[in-house]
Design a protein around this ligand. Structure first.
Ligand SMILES: *[C@@H]1O[C@H](CO)[C@@H](O)[C@H](O)[C@H]1NC(C)=O
Ligand SMILES: *[C@@H]1O[C@H](CO)[C@@H](O)[C@H](O)[C@H]1NC(C)=O
Length: 552
């Protein structure tokens, strides 16, 4: 759990009675306003370049296989030949690990082929699908099914993909398949599982958004719209794609200013919390933040000039008849940041730098402060600056929500190898957690605790979900119930990240501290694709710990 007030300090405070009130007050002001950081493990052996939370509350993390030995051995003394490795032709180290959140412990996993700059997502049964990479890994699909007994490991499927996928983005579809979009030199998309048909569909939008030399169209930001079409953002603009007919359904304007927001001018993006799910047209909004000015990659690479990153976000209602971007100023410039949806519906902006771009050695001025974005406040008062970490998280770092409400932060390796000395930002093997202020002990009395359902129960489209929870303090009715799909994070984009605010159906008080809230389960897989979600009860902006439910 989060670092809390040190009991020793508190008891000292009580002894110095005249100062007690003042000290307690200043403690809360210092940490309550901006969250706390906690170092979880000082060496996880690899750099957390890609990460995915699974339904057993373990996080699968991996980097790449061809850049020398990591700092963690393969299980059971195994080694494998790695003819493409730039450092050693035999590798006895692991490049993937499983992090157990409850035990704060890792175990090495076996990935054989190169997963570098790949993509992924969780399938409806909870299995992680990872797609592509480089060299011997570029057309691999890899599967990882979670287990409780440490027996599970990666399975690799040769030719699991129709095309090479390097810097592509994935999204789960309403029918449970995944779409895999783009990647270096790939102006097309495909589906997993692969079919016998060509399974490859051309997408000219990706060549139109490819800035020669800089690219700026990789790792596109992809979100499933409530009408079943796919919103695809690359560079500085977006389309709505009917992927089943390969038909561009709608074209969105450029973000004012025209600067690129996709890799290597890496900003980040989220689908804002989806609510009023019963509306005829659900009002989906996309928020894109940060990035780097046009030409920034080339200037960093060839001239050693690291220009200021973008300090704006752009927000759009994607189902409007005439959708327009609204540009907002952030507290600072940020490139290579991550955007994480928190269970209370706020957006955390975390990691990255203030100048340069993504790419080896091309980022500068680490941003240590996360910023919180409140989507429902008026423009101009939406941002809150949070407490800083001490660890720069530059290129190849990640952030992701855990079921207990913390955000797991890892990685940063802006080098071609594991380089720990003689570089500006050493390869980072430390794993941290950021605890937003809602986890502070001062909110304990109003924090809900879900008592039922308990196990991984199944819920059905269009049904009613009854949640019983306990709160010692005041409940401000109706409480909010949110549902979050666990996302696959790499290169500042969390694929499949989606938070739904469920429509209220009823609520009752069951006992002194026990309450029941009834909410409507989304009626359509276009709103919420099938699979496992974390469900949270939120009382006065303070979320409970989540529970896993399976939507089908
Ligand atoms: C990891 O690093 C430590 C400290 O440098 C070293 O002692 C250990 O042998 C390394 N382990 C592996 C598997 O590389
Ligand atoms: C980074 O590591 C590689 C491989 O260990 C080494 O060849 C290279 O010189 C290192 N670079 C720096 C800047 O230390």
């Amino acid at each position: 759990m989060a670092a809390q007030a040190n009991p020793q300090i508190l008891s000292d405070v009580i002894h110095i009675r005249s100062l007690a009130f003042f000290l307690l007050l200043s403690y809360h002001v210092a940490s309550g306003a901006g969250g706390t950081w906690q170092l979880l493990l000082s060496n996880v052996g690899i750099s957390a370049m890609h990460s995915q939370l699974l339904i057993n509350d373990r996080v699968i993390i991996f980097d790449r296989t061809n850049f020398g030995p990591s700092n963690i051995s393969l299980p059971n003394g195994a080694c494998h030949d790695s003819p493409n490795d730039a450092v050693s032709k035999q590798d006895c180290t692991a490049h993937s690990i499983e992090y157990d959140v409850a035990l704060n412990r890792i175990r090495p996993l076996t990935v054989q082929s190169n997963t570098w700059c790949s993509s992924g997502g969780v399938l409806p049964d909870g299995t992680l699908l990872q797609t592509g990479g480089d060299k011997d890994g570029e057309r691999k699909a890899r599967l990882f099914s979670p287990c409780q007994d440490n027996s599970c490991d990666w399975t690799e499927v040769d030719n699991g993909l129709a095309a090479r996928r390097w810097y592509a983005s994935n999204h789960i579809l309403p029918d449970g398949r995944q779409i895999i979009i783009g990647g270096r030199g790939q102006f097309n998309f495909e589906f997993f599982p692969k079919t016998n048909a060509p399974n490859l569909y051309s997408l000219p939008f990706l060549s139109q958004t490819n800035d020669r030399g800089d690219e700026n169209n990789l790792y596109p930001y992809v979100f499933l719209n409530s009408d079943g079409n796919m919103f695809i953002f690359a560079n500085n603009r977006a389309i709505l794609l009917d992927y089943s007919k390969n038909n561009v359904f709608k074209t969105y304007p450029e973000i004012p200013g025209g600067d690129p927001r996709s890799y290597p001018s890496t900003g980040s993006a989220v689908l804002l919390p989806v609510k009023n799910l019963e509306a005829t047209v659900v009002d989906l909004e996309v928020l894109v933040c940060g990035g780097a000015p046009k030409g920034s990659f080339d200037l960093s690479l060839r001239r050693n000039t690291f220009v200021k990153a973008l300090d704006t976000c752009a927000r759009i209602k994607i189902n409007d008849a005439n959708p327009q971007w609204i540009v907002e100023k952030m507290p600072r410039a940020r490139v290579m940041g991550d955007m994480t949806l928190l269970p209370d519906g706020h957006v955390l902006l975390i990691n990255g730098g203030s100048s340069g771009t993504a790419g080896w050695e091309l980022g500068r001025e680490p941003v240590l402060n996360p910023d919180l974005y409140h989507p429902d406040k008026p423009v101009g008062s939406r941002f809150e600056v949070l407490n800083p970490s001490t660890i720069p998280r530059m290129y190849h770092s990640t952030a992701g929500l855990l079921r207990d409400g913390r955000v797991l932060v890892g990685g940063s390796n802006p080098h071609a190898f594991y380089n720990f000395t003689g570089v500006l930002f050493p390869t980072e093997l430390r794993l941290e957690a950021f605890s937003p202020s809602y986890l502070e002990t001062q909110y304990r009395s109003i924090r809900p605790r879900i008592v039922s359902p308990t196990l991984q129960s199944t819920i059905n489209y269009g049904g009613i979900l009854r949640l019983r929870f306990r709160v010692m303090g005041r409940v401000k009715s109706p409480v909010k119930v949110t549902m979050v799909f666990p996302s696959f994070t790499t290169h500042s984009f969390s694929m499949n990240q989606r938070l739904l605010v469920l429509d209220h159906f009823g609520s009752s008080r069951m006992g002194l501290w026990t309450h029941e809230v009834r909410v409507k389960i989304p009626r359509s897989a276009n709103l919420a694709p099938p699979g496992f979600y974390m469900v949270f009860v939120v009382n006065q902006d303070i979320p409970s710990e989540g529970i896993w439910v399976r939507l089908q």
